[in-house]
Design a protein around this ligand. Structure first.
Ligand code: EPU
Length: 429
């Protein structure tokens, strides 16, 4: 199994190109099931999760072609996928595939909307929490689907097709909103989603669905209205830049010091995180090409942060902020409100010497002057990258094990960081 070796202490200086967003690319690929025409997606990141979803969609009978580079494309430009769901040969998503990536459960929505039937394995829990799908099931039932659970599978039917309805989510859910949105595009009549997630990835998917002929308004607000249409058609869409990748590298620069341009990053997608970084002592300058992050001289100031749905501070940057605060001049508080068990990185950060204690859903971090490198590993994607951030600033050598978590969500991580002066390499085997 691959490992990453990092020798800490170097400042980061240079340009880091930001890839397409994983959490937009995945639902966009799934949306291709809604039409028998070709959906072309540009700037799809080359990630293990994308490859896994390609296998899952392939199992349903989709043809997926990845185009090479065109003249003038940047070396980090994501891939272009041509996805054709002209023939859906199988409406079952088996346990062996869904259990490897939770988001693949979302295929239930387009399969039900277009084929009126779907059999999809329940995804099960994961390292960051139990992550139930009750709200997704509730939304599909509201749209008229009959669902039953049998042998670990959700068996869904809508013999006459789905029908528009009012869906009130009792809590904000990204997965629930994606599923309701996709299902409602082909339902008869109007659907209203109340308390919808406002995440930029929802807006990106709604934009793409509208290009495919859907009639969606209000995406990006808590009330989304969808007028169902009979058929969707092919379209071409560019995946928006990854705000979590941008925020992660911004935290890394705040941690090591230096001066980095996050090329292609869009500040409005991560304003809450940029505000926290400014409070912590980094200088953030949005410009035409992205976001410039610098920290020179001054130390890191402690912060008090609570994760929240967009536009609040994202749970997907919580672990990275904790790594940064491990070296702050004072005591920080980070409260996690989205996932009940997203503190798996605390024990691993402690291996660097970080002083972190937990009080329910709040972590109290007492900053120390210097972390020290150590062998570490993590059980989820964002926790893994928090260890990379800690390692970049730590004295001495760190080995991050279980690198496959990083490969799920960070494209060419070690290349991007070493181009900015980090001592980082992948050790195969
Ligand atoms: N929830 C329920 N019932 C449901 C659905 C969700 O109780 O039916 C709960 C969850 O257990 C959680 C909360 O609601 O406590 C929010 O879950 P949400 O549905 O919003 O999250 P998700 O769609 O499963 C996506 C991202 C996550 C990101 C969260 C929150 C993708 C593929 N995943 O998950 O990303 O943390 O939204 O923003 O878009 C990651 O990229 O590392 C990652 C975990």
């Amino acid at each position: 199994m691959d490992r990453i070796r990092i020798v800490g202490g170097n400042k980061l200086n240079g340009i880091i190109p930001i890839s397409g967003a994983k959490n937009a690319a995945l639902p966009l690929m799934i949306a291709s099931l809604l039409t028998d025409e070709t959906l072309i997606l540009d700037n799809v990141p080359r990630l293990a999760d994308v490859a896994q979803l390609q296998r899952i969609l392939g199992n349903h009978g989709l043809d997926i072609m990845s185009k090479g580079k065109r003249p003038g494309d940047h070396e980090y430009q994501g891939q272009t996928l041509h996805i054709s769901a002209a023939n859906i040969i199988d409406t079952t998503a088996p346990y062996e595939l869904v259990s490897k990536m939770r988001a693949s459960f979302w295929v239930i929505a387009p399969l039900l909307a277009r084929m009126h039937v779907a059999k999809v394995s329940l995804p099960g829990g994961c390292a960051i929490g139990t992550r139930p799908v009750d709200l997704l099931i509730m939304a599909l039932e509201k749209l008229g689907a009959e669902l039953q659970i049998d042998g670990g599978y959700v068996i869904a039917r809508a013999p006459g097709g789905l029908t528009g309805a009012e869906i009130d989510f009792p809590k904000v859910t990204v997965s629930g909103t994606h599923v309701a949105l996709m299902a409602a595009t082909l339902a008869k009549g109007t659907t209203v989603i109340n308390n919808a997630a406002c995440e930029p990835e929802i807006v990106d998917v709604a934009d793409c669905l509208n290009k495919m002929g859907a009639k969606i308004s209000g995406a990006g607000t808590p009330r989304i209205v969808i007028e169902g249409v009979k058929k969707l058609h092919g379209a071409r869409h560019t995946v928006l830049p990854d705000r979590i990748e941008a925020g992660t590298y911004a935290m890394a620069v705040a941690m090591t010091g230096g001066d980095v341009q996050l090329a292609g990053a869009r500040p409005e997608l991560l304003q809450s995180a940029l505000d926290v970084l400014t409070e912590a002592g980094a200088t953030i300058t949005p410009n035409n090409e992205g976001i410039r992050v610098t920290r020179n001289g001054a130390g890191i100031s402690p912060v008090k942060v609570t994760t929240a749905p967009f536009p609040g501070f994202p749970t997907d940057l919580q672990a990275q902020l904790m790594a940064l605060m491990a070296c702050a001049k004072g005591s920080s508080h980070i409260t996690e409100t989205i996932f009940e068990n997203r503190f798996m990185h605390v024990q691993e950060l402690a291996r660097f010497g970080a002083r972190i204690s937990l009080d329910g859903e709040t972590a109290i971090i007492d900053g120390i002057a210097k972390l020290r490198g150590a062998p570490v590993m993590a059980t989820d994607l964002r926790a893994s990258v928090s260890l990379v951030i800690a390692a970049l600033a730590a004295e001495g050598e760190t080995t991050v094990n279980r690198v496959y978590h990083l490969d799920r969500g960070f494209e060419r991580l070690e290349e991007k960081l070493s181009a900015c002066g980090a001592t980082i390499e992948r050790i195969s085997g």
